[in-house]
Design a protein. Structure first.
Length: 87
C-alpha cells in the first residue's frame, strides 16, 4: 500500500491502544479491513489487547460503516469503535 492509512480508535479501543490516531503503512498483503485488524493485532501487546474480542469492534472507512471484507485504498481513514447503542 503506497500511501499510509490513518487509523482512529474510539472509546475503550483508544484506551487499550494508548493513542487516538496513528498513521501506518501496512504491507501490501493488507487489502481489507480484516487484513488490517490481523496486522494491527500482531503489532504489539496493546493492539492485541484492543482486538482480542473482534466481535465487539465495529469499523468505518472514510466515515462510512464498513464490513471486514471492505477493500482498503491508499490514504483511507479507518476508524475502530465499540458497537453503538441507542435508546
Amino acid at each position: 500500500m503506497p500511501a499510509p492509512l490513518t487509523v482512529l480508535y474510539f472509546a475503550w479501543l483508544r484506551e487499550r491502544v494508548g493513542v487516538a490516531e496513528e498513521t501506518l503503512s501496512p504491507p501490501n498483503s493488507v487489502a481489507t479491513v480484516a487484513d488490517l485488524i490481523e496486522y494491527l493485532s500482531n503489532l504489539d501487546q496493546r493492539h492485541a489487547e484492543a482486538f482480542k474480542n473482534r466481535k465487539s469492534v465495529r469499523c468505518a472507512v472514510n466515515q462510512e460503516f464498513a464490513e471486514t471484507a471492505t477493500v482498503l485504498r491508499p490514504g483511507d481513514e479507518v476508524a475502530f469503535f465499540p458497537p453503538v447503542t441507542g435508546g
